[in-house]
Design a protein around this ligand. Sequence first.
Ligand SMILES: C[S@@+](CC[C@H](N)C(=O)[O-])C[C@H]1O[C@@H](n2cnc3c(N)ncnc32)[C@H](O)[C@@H]1O
Length: 212
Amino acid sequence: MRTQNEPDPRAAFFNARAVNWEANCYPPPVRERLPSLVASFHLPPGATVLDMGTGPGTLVPYLRKALGPSGRVFPFDLSLEMLRQVRSKLGPADPPPVLATAMRLPFRDESFDAVVCFAAFPHFEDKGRALSEMARVAKPGATVIISHLLSRAELLAHHGTHSAVAGDALPEETDMRQLFLLAGLPDPAIIDAPGHYHAVCRKPAGTPGGRA
Ligand SMILES: C[S@@+](CC[C@H](N)C(=O)[O-])C[C@H]1O[C@@H](n2cnc3c(N)ncnc32)[C@H](O)[C@@H]1O
């Protein structure tokens, strides 16, 4: 593992790919799946939602639509080049995108009605820390969602071709359950099937905010 003073090499990896990210990763047949994916999150209109590892804000327009004008999307990412593309997708009430790491979220405890982590969790170097941060900033009763349009095995094969992210994987189910539990999120629902990965848990009332 890196020392704290060394930059995360993933920032350079994703910076270099930011401009063409959506065109390359979300061609029409993949993009068509995003509305139903976001619908499956069951986000209430007016909710305040954290978009973890937003990239170029791929999910932002769909989150915006689901939340309506009174809802707010908070996007953040490790990659500045990715974030340059997010601002134009945000609504007037949304805050500007934030440059931050998932392992140290610059948000107060119990800030969000939902914490959405789409296509980003495998890249978080300390997954236990990141999930604890996700739990910390979630309000009691909020949903914490980790989601992909690939299964765990498909994702591993996909990352395998790029050296900076080759080892980035979703934990096996038992390890993922343990990470959720340690973060104060017991008994997540996990679906791992071809073309789909979904781990979701509602933060119980009265849960301390993880290890942050
Ligand atoms: C595979 S991309 C997905 C981006 C976006 N969610 C999408 O679907 O287009 C993963 C994103 O996670 C970001 N990322 C990686 N490690 C991160 C970290 N520790 N904290 C915050 N973001 C991170 C990357 O910069 C990148 O934008």
